[in-house]
Every structure is written in C-alpha cells, then in structure tokens.
Write a protein that binds this ligand. Sequence first.
Ligand SMILES: [Cu+2]
Length: 163
Amino acid sequence: MKSIYAAALAALFALPATAHEYQAGAITVDHPMAFETPKTARVGGGYLTITNSGETADRLVGISAEGFDEVSLHETTADDMGVARMTHVEGVHLPAGETVMLEPGGLHVMFMGLDGDPFEEDEKIPATLIFEKAGRLDVTFNVESRRGHDAGEMDHTSNEMHH
Ligand SMILES: [Cu+2]
C-alpha cells in the first residue's frame, strides 16, 4: 500500500498552481473557476466542486459577488430536441458524504451583467457561497483560458439567456 500512498502524494503535489480549496464546517469547496469570455459576453459561468464530508445533508442556497447585476445558481438541461436551456435553481442539494460538481453542461454559477467587462485570464472573482448549515464561505473564482477546452463549454459565452 505504501507505493499507492506515495503515488497519491506525488499526484497531490503535481496539481496545477490554479488548484485551490476552501472549507466551512463539513463543506469543502475545490477550485472555483470561470472561463474567460468574449468581449461582448453579458454572462459568464462559474464552476466548482463541493464535498460534504459531514453526517447530514447540506444545501448551497445562494451566492453573492460584488460588481454584477445578479449572480445565481443555474442548471443547463437539454430538452426533447436536444436544445440546451438554462434554468434558475433555488439551491443545490449536498448529500452527506458526497461530492457535487458544478460544471459546464450542468449545474453552474451564473454571473450576469458583464457588459463591456469580460472575464479575462488570471482575473480573480471574489464571491461568497451561502450554505444552509455550513453558513457563508468566501471563495475566489480564478478565470482560466479556454485553450485546451472543447466547444461544449461555449454555451456560457452566449448572449442568449433562457429562463
Ligand atoms: Cu447559466
């Protein structure tokens, strides 16, 4: 088992410099990030991984960040025709002992009101996540380049909003 442990440890230290995590009670938030957006984008998506290592379920009930018209929780779903739509969600259920990903094509944070001020690579976006039980947690979303990511993530650069 020792070699597996060593490999895991090596992998840990091999994480890119952009990896970062935050903790509040039983909740760990890993690597909040957003992709850079085109200059004309009005909205930008935010992504993160939430692990609830507690014995009871929790819930992400909101997010706030200064400098935006609105920041909310969204989910992208495909309708019967395969057309992607974004809908506002009231909260994200965080079952005990489980990890929930907010990622492109699924649950995500939507930063609205970017008009004229796009997300740029290496920009940092301070935000506060609000959990029902764990309370408030200040995090920083790191803006990353789209290079190396496929077009499947492009839905958040669209100027179209579907509700
Ligand atoms: Cu959205």
